[in-house]
Design a protein around this ligand. Sequence first.
Ligand code: GLU
Length: 303
Amino acid sequence: MTGRFAPSPTGEMHLGNVLAALLSWLSARQQGGLWRLRIEDLDPQRSRQEYADRLMRDLEWLGLTWDGEVVYQSQRTAIYEQYLQQLHELTYPCTCTRNEILAAQAPHESDGRVVYPGTCRPNGVESQKSKVESLITSVDRPAAIRLMVPDEMIEYEDRVYGHQSVNLATHCGDFILRRSDGVFAYQLAVVVDDAEMGVTEIVRGRDLLLSAAQQHYLRRILGFTQPVYCHHPLLVNTQGQRLCKRDQSLAVSAMRQHSTAEQIIGKLAYTIGLTPTPEPVTAEQLIPIFSWTKIPQQDITVG
Ligand code: GLU
């Protein structure tokens, strides 16, 4: 059994990241498995080595130790390229801009999701770009690479949220594997890395619960076995917004000024329902009492 933590080094580690790391570490350690660390620094504009370094110091300070070498996605682009080649019969270049995609959206997509309308899909039945238009745009616009998705239900189980059934054609449409600036998309990188690192259990926030459908499909067509998925509720602030890198007071670096690692872990364990009181505790001490059945589905407010 192998678990993993896969943070993006785009800011300070905050309590929400600690929760993902702690639950994944506890589940792996309880099963006597390995726990791997992968730095998701694919986007050169947003990722900084300094944040990756701080993140590792914070994990060590919290007592969340990892096994083996740290994997950096930025060093693996040649590998992603190989897998992209393997999928070439199912992919196509796309020169649509975000505005063009938004303009072609069906009016009922009101939840902020962007569903790609299939404009550049070869032989697409949708509103295809004219040949002349594609020729012009392919000269002066770099193309993204999209994966054709089937119009069928993708079914998978989540340990916390139960059975999931998602139709990719209506959920996101043909999705991007490599952006037009050449950066590989999270969906492809995460699937390739989890498979190559031997990850068998994926623990992370429920904001990625539906992304698992894209990953499930990609794993299927690449011939990888499916992992166990465990998505956890999110920590939200008193306004009900998900904690993010801007919530400075809940950054581990800020909390380290006035709390011990045991105090932070003790409070977090209590908040998520693992312990009856918020007493200080080490991550190690939580291993025997950890259970997925204690983890709720509803998001949790922290102040
Ligand atoms: N890198 C992603 C994040 O920091 C997590 C990806 C994953 O766990 O699959 O939100």
